[in-house]
Ligand binder design. Structure first.
Ligand code: ZN
Length: 321
């Protein structure tokens, strides 16, 4: 893992993005979009550990490396209203694609019935936006520095997604968030363009980036279908996570206890602008409960729920893959 530029004053910094999690509507359209349209690999099919009647899908590249993971909770049928995009939220999640590939993506997504929007170049990079079946804003960013291998999900290698590129936080005021992220979390400011400040953890490569966009008059976001629930950052060890947790608590943040997510351990807290942050360990990873070649093929449950498998499977909507 890259550890350059962390600075001596930040002993337990995060390393990069780990995953981004969204609340979506129906399971099947989500699977179809992420696997067939985007060419991501379903690396884990499990349930929401807080509601076992709702799937938790993890999509990524081959092994589900930190920084490549997009995860969804399909909450259709649970009376969860459509969310509102606004301040205090991740309003866009960007994936990294090779230079020159946006024309391919525009054609591919249009053929799948999805409308794309070309954004003005962002910090010098071309950006194409698309809304997923639930209304989430996803972006594809051409970045020539991305050396991560793609998953062979049916997309030509020269166009395939390499992993997460960045997330965009919409904030009424960015300074308090910058202070937290460049302080205890170990980010640094790498670029500024108008109302957008780009922060990076570790290096400034794709998968390490968070953009803060200040919009004092923006309406507040509201969680619901079609919104990002939280962003998770990777940390190198459980010990570093505990140390960071203690520092966050000492700084007055309300932080959860460490939670066992089977594939990683997590703590959660809200940053000053209201966005829910998670800090997740990189270990043990998605191969802890099924072989790498079979990731995502069957429903995996945490060990403490295996005795309820039949009941849980009966309540989940059927899916076709
Ligand atoms: Zn998470």
């Amino acid at each position: 893992m890259v550890t350059a530029c962390q600075g001596d004053s930040v002993p337990h910094p995060v390393q990069q993005l780990h995953h981004v999690t969204a609340t979506v509507a129906e399971a099947q359209p989500d699977l179809d979009f992420c696997e067939r349209q985007l060419g991501l690999r379903l690396v884990k099919r499990t349930v929401n550990f807080d509601n076992h009647s709702v799937y938790h899908f993890y999509y990524g590249t081959e092994a589900g490396a930190p920084g490549t993971i997009w995860t969804t909770f399909p909450y259709h049928g649970w009376n969860v209203p459509q969310g509102t995009h606004g301040a205090g939220q991740i309003v866009a999640t960007a994936f990294s694609v090779p230079p020159g590939s946006l024309a391919f993506w525009r054609t591919r997504l249009a053929a799948g019935g999805f409308t794309t929007t070309a954004r003005p170049p962002r910090l010098g990079q071309p950006v194409l936006a698309v809304r997923d079946p639930s209304g989430l804003v996803l972006e594809l960013v051409e970045d020539l520095r991305d050396t991560r291998p793609p998953w062979d999900g049916g997309i030509p290698t020269g166009s395939a997604i390499r992993g997460l590129h960045s997330v965009t936080l919409l904030l009424h005021a960015r300074e308090p968030t910058i202070e937290l992220m460049t302080g205890l979390l170990g980010f640094r400011i790498v670029r500024e363009e108008g109302a957008r400040t780009r922060l990076a953890a570790g290096t400034d490569a794709p998968g390490h980036l968070a953009d803060l966009v200040e919009a004092p008059g923006a309406p507040p976001g509201r969680n619901g279908l079609g919104t990002v629930h939280h962003v998770a950052f990777a940390i190198g060890s459980a010990a570093a996570q505990l140390a960071l947790r203690a520092e966050l608590v000492g700084a007055g943040r309300d932080v959860t206890e460490v939670r066992d997510r089977t594939y990683f351990q997590s703590i959660y807290f809200r940053e000053p602008g209201g966005v829910l942050f998670e800090v997740a360990t990189t270990a043990p990873g998605f191969a802890v409960d099924e072989p790498p070649a079979e990731l995502g093929r069957s429903l995996r449950l945490p060990p403490w729920e295996e005795s309820h498998r039949a009941t849980i499977e009966a309540t989940l909507p059927p899916i076709d893959r």
